[in-house]
Design a protein around this ligand. Structure first.
Ligand SMILES: C[S@@+](CC[C@H](N)C(=O)[O-])C[C@H]1O[C@@H](n2cnc3c(N)ncnc32)[C@H](O)[C@@H]1O
Length: 415
């Protein structure tokens, strides 16, 4: 290339090679993007993550483009398809110029299907495709969610997956939120919570260093809002990295935060230190730990996390029926044990960031130790629990305000 750069200077190929490895790790080996990206540390990392992430968001839209010009359908895991996917994501979502897309794609198939990739890419780029406002989800997910939630929710999820989700901040001091929103181009959608639509890196935002807030999707803030304000001793089960622990501590509860992962609890302790909040921390298995008599328990159970697909689109390619079934077995055990740690009359809030009813409604319906404890009125403006006390947050909820992660939340009481 006549770039005038010294040999070895970045010509963009390092980030594309890294993106190819990330895509392979996610689609063929079932890893998360963050876990797969840990091996990359240099300047290529951010661009590689952006390319791989946008590819996964628009995978079916992109595959449709590729299939519209190949005579024989390329196998899903063919290298030519992988490279074309990355190239088209740069075209549709990242505004990379066509010549840069081509010159960074071809070295990835050197000694392989170079002519095929060059031909298909050339044809598609000449058509100048534009990004659509919705992209289909993996077929298995669409099938499941159509049965569980219906066509309109699937249509909303197709729109949500291609949109960049907003950044939500939870404030230590609720009195600060309104001024912060006004001063930083945000909106306050609920008490203590500010939504920003973009801007600098989180660590560069005003107030991060002083620990005035932490990042937390608005939906993820709802479970702790259902803990009765009068509860003194509150147990946060499966607590790390501590978004809900900080909420509970900021609301004035005496919090015990338990997680089985010591390294994730260390992150929770760092978060508490940054925000100046306090909680007792315990490394233990929540299905076995025996310290009882709590006034309230928040069980944020491990799950398939399919509700977080706007921030982690790859969850939709990972959450197989086997992973969901493994989660449900653990969730049922955790809920039964958590119920035994409550004092009589104590309240338990069960939450999962999952859009699979097996991990939410069905877990609560199958337990026998607790009864529904419906909260009255809206939890936050626009979000009303069902008469059973359950909250189901689906794609399409508060869409005009930027949407929410998918969640299931239930408030229950021990009689
Ligand atoms: C959904 S995340 C929790 C997020 C956290 N509540 C928050 O708001 O930041 C699930 C957590 O469950 C923990 N976990 C999984 N199985 C567990 C078990 N058997 N006992 C205790 N913690 C467990 C994981 O280590 C992970 O930190």
């Amino acid at each position: 290339m006549k770039s005038g750069k010294p040999r070895g200077a970045d010509d963009g190929s390092g980030s594309r090679r890294a993106a190819l490895q990330l895509l392979d790790a996610v689609l063929r080996r079932g890893q998360t993007l963050d876990a797969a990206a840990q091996r990359f540390t240099g300047p290529d990392r951010a661009l590689a993550l952006a390319i791989a992430g946008e590819t996964i968001r628009r995978l079916r839209e992109i595959d449709g483009l590729i299939d519209s010009v190949t005579r024989l359908r390329l196998a899903d895991d063919a290298k030519a398809r992988m490279v074309l996917r990355l190239a088209l994501a740069q075209k549709l979502a990242l505004h990379v110029p066509d010549h840069a897309i081509v010159t960074t794609a071809l070295p990835l198939v050197e000694g392989g299907p170079r002519r095929l990739v060059h031909g298909v890419l050339g044809t598609l780029l000449r058509r100048n495709p534009t990004p659509s406002e919705a992209s289909a989800l993996p077929a298995a997910v669409e099938h499941r969610w159509t049965l569980a939630w219906g066509d309109q929710v699937v249509a909303a999820a197709r729109r949500a997956i291609v949109r960049r989700p907003p950044l939500d901040l939870s404030f230590v001091d609720p009195a600060e939120a309104a001024d912060y929103a006004a001063g930083n181009g945000g909106v306050q959608l609920a008490e203590r919570h500010v939504r920003l639509s973009g801007g600098p890196a989180v660590t560069d935002l005003p107030g991060f260093g002083e620990g005035r807030w932490w990042v937390q999707d608005l939906a993820a803030s709802l479970p702790a809002r259902l803990i009765p304000p009068t509860a003194e001793r509150v147990l946060d089960l499966c607590a790390a990295p501590g978004g809900k622990t900080m909420q509970l501590a900021a609301a004035g509860h005496q919090v015990t935060a338990l997680d089985r992962s010591a390294s994730r609890l260390a992150r929770l302790s760092d978060n508490l230190a940054r925000t100046g909040l306090r909680a007792e921390t315990v490394v233990a298995d929540a299905a076995e730990w025996n310290g009882g008599g709590f006034d309230a328990i928040l069980l944020d159970a491990p799950c398939s996390a399919t509700g977080t697909f706007r921030r982690h689109p790859e969850v939709l390619y990972r959450a197989s029926p086997r992973i969901v079934a493994e989660s449900t077995e653990l969730q049922a055990r955790l809920l039964a044990h958590a119920a035994s740690l409550l004092r009589p009359g104590g309240v338990l809030v069960y939450a999962v960031c999952s859009l699979e009813p097996e991990e939410g409604e069905q877990i609560v319906a199958a337990q026998t130790m607790l009864e529904p404890d419906p909260p009255t009125g809206e939890v936050i403006p626009g979000i009303m629990p069902a008469s059973t006390g359950e909250l189901r947050l689906l794609p399409g909820t508060l869409e005009e305000q930027g949407g929410l992660d998918g969640f299931f939340i239930a408030r229950l009481v021990r009689r």
